[in-house]
Design a binder for this molecule. Structure first.
Ligand SMILES: [Zn+2]
Length: 215
């Protein structure tokens, strides 16, 4: 079952403070329409009742897709992320049930990371191999863009299009490269033996994870 709460939102256009509905947890088995709403970030859109302008609000929630045994915690705040990690390892915590049931559990810190994880899993890919793939793309990108600081790379898959790695600079799209299935397979062959089963790995699979895995 999904759970909602209300949060206070200040409209950036007219400064009116109003209450908005925010999800605390999402269960796609009881609310299947939320699958797409999360992937489109519609769950973060809020319409100001005063001026009717649409704004984006940010808040964390637990995303649960039982039919695939996926559990993704979106925690934009450090304290919430730490709480999640603590609860995961705490005996008797309700989250332990998901661990025992062999769920694929992840912790993400931004909306982009949340959408990216879902699109990777939707495509039936291993997020760890995608993170390694992204490091290769990043290194190649940096060779020709030495002046750009901290480009952000994301896996993206539009409907009916080949999946790609997008490069964002200051949150704006810069360029993209299509995923080469042969290179992905090559990474699987090279690193597959060193990877634990995907649902037994650490919940924090990101660029940092890939760099320490490769070092
Ligand atoms: Zn407003």
């Amino acid at each position: 079952m999904s759970m909602k709460t209300t949060i206070s939102v200040t409209c950036p256009y007219c400064q009116t403070v109003s209450e908005a509905e925010a999800w605390q947890s999402i269960d796609t088995s009881t609310d299947p329409s939320l699958k797409e709403a999360v992937r489109q970030k519609a769950v973060f859109r809020f319409c100001c009742p005063s001026c009717l302008e649409e704004t984006l609000v940010d808040y964390g929630f637990l995303y649960h897709q039982p039919e695939d045994k996926w559990l993704i915690e979106y925690a934009p705040e450090d304290s919430a992320a730490q709480d999640f990690l603590n609860e995961l390892s705490e005996e008797g915590d309700p989250l332990q049930q998901f661990v025992q049931d062999g769920y694929l559990i992840r912790l993400v810190r931004t909306q982009n990371e949340l959408v990216e994880k879902l699109l990777i899993f939707d495509a039936g890919l291993d997020d760890r191999l995608i993170e390694i793939y992204k490091v290769l793309v990043l290194l190649r990108y940096q060779e020709t863009h030495k002046d750009i600081e901290a480009p952000a790379l994301y896996f993206y898959a539009a409907p009916d299009k080949k999946p790609e790695i997008q490069v964002l600079v200051n949150d704006a799209y810069d360029c993209s490269t299509t995923i080469n299935p042969e290179l992905y397979q090559d990474l699987q062959n090279r690193f597959g033996d060193r990877l634990t089963p995907i649902n037994e790995d650490t919940p924090l699979i990101n660029e940092q994870w890939a760099f320490s895995f490769l070092s």
